[in-house]
Write a protein that binds this ligand. Sequence first.
Ligand SMILES: [Fe+2]
Length: 240
Amino acid sequence: MTDLHTHILPGMDDGARSVEISLAMLREEAAQGVDAVTLTPHYYRDRESSGSFLSRRAQAVETLESAIAALPESEQAALPVRVLAAEVAWVPNLVDCSNLRALCYQGTDAFLLELPMQPWYDGLFSQLYDLINVTGLTPIIAHIDRYWSSQKPQRLSELYALGLPMQLSAEALLRFPTRGRALKALQSGQVQYLMSDCHSMNSRKPNLAPALAVVGKRLGDAAMRRCAAQTDEMLREYAL
Ligand SMILES: [Fe+2]
């Protein structure tokens, strides 16, 4: 099972504040049956150049990998494989970002896209459509469940009509108010990928296993296995 959305890289964003926390998060992922994690620190193009972000990301990876290399071999082997990526925040004219390909899930032509929490404006989807056509890249919409309450149904329908792959937060299955809708979205195939979006070992810790247990209990073991397998499939489906 792959966790497609994590803020495990140390000191990059509002995720792991130290490499010790990064290691604890990786151990927790492994304990929950996750054998690969994608490292998806936030990237805000309106605050930082992509070059600066990529250089900070490379440094954070070096810090993490050095700490892992210092562990006994048996502990290293027990940790999930790490795959580089980013969580790219939507900004107008994102298509002009010259390094968008370097922000993709490593070895694929897909990238994780965070849409605004503010009401989606006229023209956002046409810009998104242009971006797909011009770059040939596939945006994977992060935490669709966050927009269920913040966006108008009409806007959500427009997004679904684009047919883009979608990610669901594990938290949406663990909280009663969103559980029913999250289960329906998974069951119907409207969303494909379950992710943790973990930020720490406290309030937003890795939580794929308890979310999958909800899927198993409510939709059955076959649905749970399919849901877990789809997270691995993503990296293969968009492989270069
Ligand atoms: Fe995130």
